[in-house]
Design a protein around this ligand. Structure first.
Ligand code: ADP
Ligand code: MG
Length: 332
């Protein structure tokens, strides 16, 4: 890459709203920086690359038993799917056996993981409504051999209503996943259930089998609205359906440290949820948003980008918190 190319890609980054992003092309061109280049952008890129190296050399602890996360927030567009697939991919890249269950009729997680999900493809719909074993519909992701996905197709769009009249309607996912984990899914380290933007029966099914809730919060004005209702739902589930459910993890997404609003929202979330909120935030990153159009997670699409590095750090924090929790409860 010539210095001219480097300059134009850097100015695109500086001029655009995505100053934190480091593309593969630019990161490959680190050598083009002068030793003495001390601009904020150069420093940020060098720091991102340093963290990437550190994270790629680090071991992530594997859990003693399968950790099941419901990735929920009834607001749409806050980063549920992006967080599900990228955290899953980062953990799987470190050798963990990971399953992503796409429980949103839009099928965005299936798209991002590069698995077939055209109408009619065996999917979570067949599992929930027709008792098809999960092992029969799960697909291996093309990029990462230890990452699996139970896809969602558009057939799922009516499921919230169709489930109403089904026996054990809140336990359909519970029963299917338990069955999987007693058989071919015995060795799973993590399951992430990517929920739709509602608190309907699909989300409820996820909360009934999960031990942990992972809530992405986008750092913007209405971020905390709706959270009270979500927490009430968790309390209700804990009381009546699943006493082991805990709101263990909050991740701040699309965080732009340059705006006061993002900093204020982050501060407020941390003051309400000091234990749950991860230290690592996820910045806005072009690479993160474009990765699904290649049928890939950002971890495979551009591991050097600021978004990929952030999601790797989020995954490490989740793995390490789990290990600490096990040690405290005497499980490890
Ligand atoms: P949800 O599943 O909660 O509806 P998504 O994960 O689909 O939210 O994210 C909503 C939109 O924001 C998508 O277009 C996604 O690509 C984009 N997005 C999410 N996280 C980031 C990020 N860190 N940087 C840039 N775009 C992002
Ligand atoms: Mg989604």
């Amino acid at each position: 890459m010539s210095n001219d190319d480097l300059h134009s890609s850097l100015s695109a980054v500086v001029d655009g709203p995505e100053a934190g992003d480091v593309s593969r092309e630019t990161s490959d061109a680190f050598s083009a920086f002068d030793e003495g280049d001390d601009s904020p952008l150069a420093r940020e890129m060098i720091e991102t690359e340093r963290r990437r190296r550190e994270l790629s050399e680090a071991d992530f602890p594997h859990p003693a038993r399968t950790r099941i996360f419901a990735v929920t927030n009834q607001k749409g567009g806050v980063g549920k799917t992006t967080t599900s697939v990228n955290v899953a991919a980062a953990l799987a890249n470190k050798g963990a056996n990971v399953l992503v269950i796409d429980a949103d009729p839009q099928g965005n997680a299936s798209t991002a993981l590069g698995v077939e999900h055209r109408a009619g493809t065996p999917s979570i719909y067949d599992v929930l409504l027709d008792d098809v074993p999960m092992a029969r519909v799960a697909q291996q992701c093309p990029d990462i051999p230890t990452l699996w996905c139970v896809p969602a197709t558009i057939d799922l769009a009516g499921a919230d209503i169709e489930l109403v009249s089904v026996v054990r309607r809140e336990y359909r996912l519970h029963d299917a996943l338990e069955r999987l984990m007693q058989g071919p899914g015995k060795g799973l380290d993590y399951v992430f259930i990517d929920c739709p933007p509602s608190l309907g029966l699909l989300t409820l099914n996820a909360m009934v089998i999960a031990q942990e809730m992972l809530i992405p919060i986008q750092c913007e004005y209405y971020a905390l609205e709706g959270l009270t209702q979500l927490i009430k739902t968790v309390e209700m589930v804990r009381k009546h359906l699943n006493p082991q459910l805990s709101l263990s993890t909050i991740v701040l997404t699309m965080y732009d440290a340059r705006t006061n609003l993002a900093r204020e929202v982050a501060h407020e979330v941390r003051s309400h949820f000091p234990q749950q909120t991860l230290e690592q935030t996820v910045p806005r990153s072009v690479r993160v948003s474009e990765a699904p159009s290649f049928g890939r997670t950002v971890i495979s699409h551009d591991p050097h980008s600021s978004g990929a590095v952030a999601y790797m750090a989020v995954a490490k924090e989740i793995a390490e918190r789990g290990r600490r929790q096990e040690e405290e409860s005497g499980e490890a």
